[in-house]
Write a protein that binds this ligand. Structure first.
Ligand code: AMP
Ligand code: MG
Length: 343
C-alpha cells in the first residue's frame, strides 16, 4: 500500500473523510499527538487500527467527537462531575471515561463497559470528524511501543505502507496524549496525566485523585484501571535513566555518568534544559526549565531522535511535577522504566 501525506486542506479533509466512511484508517493531527482514526461505530474498521499499530486487543481506543451534541447516543448517561469538566476543558486535551452505550463495539472499549470520549480543540481533527459524519476512534498513530508521533513525519516513519493517508497539520501543540479522567465515581480520578492537570481539575471540582500508577510501574498481577498503563510505552532503544534533585547536583551527576559511559564505549546523549551547561556534551533540548510545556511538546521527538542517532544511553533531567510537569514525568518515567536516580 502506498501512503500519501497531504497538507490539511478542504480537499484533503474530504478525501480522508471518504476513506473513513469506507471503513479505512487515516493518520490525522490533534492538539495532543497524531491519531490513527477509523469509524468508531464499525468494528471491522476499528480492528484495522489494532492491526496497523500491532496493538494488543485489550488496550481500548478513545472515541473523538466534533461537538458535545454527538455524545448522548454513545454513552449511558453523563455524571454531573463529567459535565462540569466538559464545560471547563472541552474542546481540549482531556478524555472522559463514561459508561458506554451498546452502539460502541467491544473492539473499541476492549471489552470494558466504559468508553473514553474526547472533543479535541484541533480544528483539522474536528473538521475531519464532521466531514466523516461519524465519531472517530483513534489511538496515537505510532506502532505499539514506540513514542507517540507529534509530527506527520513521525507517523510516516511508523505507518509507511500500512495506511493509505496521513493528513499533515504541522507539529502538535501539546505534544503528550490527553489526560484520561474517570469521573464516574464520587471523586474524579486522573488515570493518565496530560495537558489538563490535577491542579486544573481540582479548581473546577474541588477534589481529585491521581492514580497511583502514574508515577510507579505496575507490578505482576495488578490490574490497570487505564489499560494502556500496563504496557511498556514510549521506550527508546537507548537505556534511559532520569536524574532528579537540586539542579547543580543533577548536572554534575549526569556529566560524571556521561563521561564514564563514553569511556566504556557507549553512545550517550543528555535530555536537558537550556538553562543548564553540560560542557559541550551531546544534549537534546527539553526547552526552558521555566516552561515545562516546552518539555511536553519536545519529549517524544527527543526520544525518537535518540533512536535515529543510535544512542545506547540517555541521561534525562527530571521535570518538576507541578502542572503539566506530572504528565512529562509520567511519560519520561515510563521511557526509563522508572529508573530514577535521586541526587
Ligand atoms: P492512546 O490513544 O494510544 O493514547 O490510548 C488510549 C488510552 O486511553 C488507553 O491506553 C487507556 O489507557 C485509556 N483508555 C481508553 N479507554 C478507556 C477506558 N474505557 N477506561 C480506562 N482507560 C481507557
Ligand atoms: Mg498510544
Amino acid at each position: 500500500m502506498q501512503t500519501e501525506v497531504l497538507p490539511v486542506s478542504e480537499a484533503s479533509l474530504a478525501r480522508a473523510a471518504e476513506r473513513i466512511r469506507n471503513g479505512e484508517i487515516v493518520g490525522f493531527p490533534t492538539e495532543t499527538v497524531y491519531g490513527l482514526g477509523a469509524n468508531a461505530l464499525c468494528a471491522q474498521a476499528v480492528l484495522r487500527i489494532f492491526e496497523a499499530k500491532g496493538r494488543p486487543a485489550d488496550n481500548p481506543l478513545i472515541v473523538h467527537v466534533s461537538s458535545v451534541e454527538e455524545i448522548p447516543p454513545l454513552v449511558r448517561g453523563i455524571p454531573q462531575a463529567a459535565r462540569k469538566l466538559m464545560e471547563a476543558f472541552w474542546p481540549g486535551p482531556m478524555t472522559l471515561i463514561l459508561p458506554k452505550a451498546d452502539c460502541i463495539p467491544n473492539a473499541v472499549s476492549a471489552g470494558l463497559d466504559t468508553v473514553g470520549i474526547r472533543l479535541p480543540s484541533c480544528e483539522a481533527a474536528r473538521a475531519l470528524i464532521r466531514a466523516a459524519g461519524c465519531p472517530i476512534a483513534a489511538p496515537s498513530a505510532n506502532r505499539s511501543g514506540r513514542p507517540s508521533p507529534t509530527t506527520a513525519q513521525h507517523v510516516l516513519e511508523d505507518m509507511d505502507g500500512r495506511i493509505p493517508l496521513i493528513l499533515d497539520g504541522g507539529p502538535c501543540q501539546v505534544g503528550l496524549e490527553s489526560s484520561v479522567i474517570d469521573a464516574t465515581g464520587e471523586v474524579p480520578v486522573i488515570l493518565r496525566p496530560g495537558g489538563i492537570t490535577p491542579e486544573m481539575v481540582q479548581a473546577v471540582l474541588g477534589g481529585v485523585r491521581v492514580d497511583e500508577h502514574v508515577m510507579s510501574p505496575l507490578h505482576e498481577g495488578e490490574v490497570a484501571r487505564s489499560p494502556g498503563m500496563k504496557y511498556k510505552h514510549y521506550a527508546p532503544k537507548a537505556h534511559t535513566v532520569i536524574y532528579a534533585g537540586e539542579s547543580g547536583r543533577v548536572v554534575s551527576a549526569i556529566c560524571a555518568r556521561y563521561d564514564e559511559a563514553v569511556r566504556a564505549g557507549e553512545r550517550v546523549a543528555i535530555l536537558g534544559f537550556d538553562e543548564h551547561d553540560f560542557g559541550g556534551r551531546t544534549c537534546i533540548s527539553l526547552g526552558s526549565e521555566a516552561h515545562p510545556e516546552q518539555a511536553a511538546a519536545r519529549l517524544f521527538a527527543a526520544l525518537r531522535e535518540l533512536d535515529e542517532r543510535g544512542e545506547t544511553l540517555a541521561l534525562c533531567e527530571a521535570v518538576d511535577t507541578a502542572g503539566i510537569g506530572l504528565a512529562v514525568m509520567n511519560r519520561m518515567g515510563r521511557a526509563a522504566a522508572f529508573d530514577i536516580v535521586r541526587v
